[in-house]
Design a protein around this ligand. Sequence first.
Ligand SMILES: Nc1ncnc2c1ncn2[C@@H]1O[C@H](COP(=O)(O)OP(=O)(O)OP(=O)(O)O)[C@@H](O)[C@H]1O
Ligand SMILES: [Mg+2]
Length: 356
Amino acid sequence: MNLTRLVLRNFRTYGSLQIEFDPGLNLILGSNASGKTNLAEAIYYLSLARSWRAPNDRVLIKDGEAAAQIAAGLMEGELHRSLEFELSKEGKRIKLNEKPVRKLSDLCKVANVVLFAPSDVSLFVGAPSERRGYLDVAISKQSSDYFALISRYSRLLKERNAALKAPTPNIELVRTFADQMAELTSPIISYRAMFISSLNDILPSLYERLSGQKASCKAVYRPFLKGADISPERAKKEYEAALESDLAHRATGVGIHREDFSLVLNGDDIAAYGSQGENRTAVIALKLAPYFLIESAAKKPIAVLDDVTSELDADRIHRLFEVLRNLGQVFVTATELDIEGASIIDVASNNAKRRI
Ligand SMILES: Nc1ncnc2c1ncn2[C@@H]1O[C@H](COP(=O)(O)OP(=O)(O)OP(=O)(O)O)[C@@H](O)[C@H]1O
Ligand SMILES: [Mg+2]
């Protein structure tokens, strides 16, 4: 899919912007604080109706204004779609082909955006919640069933934790929540295990293409239930075994909300052994991998890479663009970059213009 046209009103630094994009490689160039990330953020917003770096929509509205609008034209093969967002204090209104959108999960089928953000560099060394976030977003984009499972699990977890925090916890209620969470455990683990396994079909060659070095590169999943038995009965036993400790800590200490995965590069955990460049290359590979998991060319995601080239040496930058060139529609922000054949968007003075 690709983004043909974007119209912004009062979004971040942009008062009024109308711009058309190339279906291939688009470089968003400009000096620091000129509005490059703001533009990338508007493109990402189309897929999830939220930003990756803003806590709420309020900060996305231009200072002093009451509302912001984003309108976009998208192509999926021959199919044209329009998306419109209105962000205000009252909340957000979304329209797809001029009809209101009620389920946010429908959005990513219209505008599936794969993102690399500067903060992703710490994905492997950072908290496990960041890695689970990656898994949940990537798998939800492939399966709305997984999205529903995860949402339900999160709701149950919240209720169980609230029950554990009650002045006198109702043990039977706490057990009932655990039983319901146990029922969701095995399908969620199966989805995650399957996704990690498909990642591992792609990661080694992608890492090699990006780094130019022969390397073994493997994501290792750390599931809540280890071994072959992932039945609800087994999960119930684990929750029951942790009940005393959960009551003492007034929180749920075990479950799929504590799962994690690591990345092993040439036999070593990249979080502990990897260089900055290796971490960055591995994160880029991980972020781009979902692109290769989607078979249909028309449905391939739009890639948005914010500030991806800093800290990469010239050889790795060259390799990265060799990969990006063949991906489809790609947006890359940078202060300066010279890539042959790319379409350039110059960002300056609260405006963005396509260079002719
Ligand atoms: N809601 C808003 N209203 C007005 N200006 C805003 C708003 N949100 C952010 N800005 C301004 O946008 C500017 C930052 O834009 P952005 O993050 O896109 O810069 P950038 O071009 O990506 O810079 P860098 O190269 O440093 O990453 C800041 O000067 C910030 O004050
Ligand atoms: Mg930026």
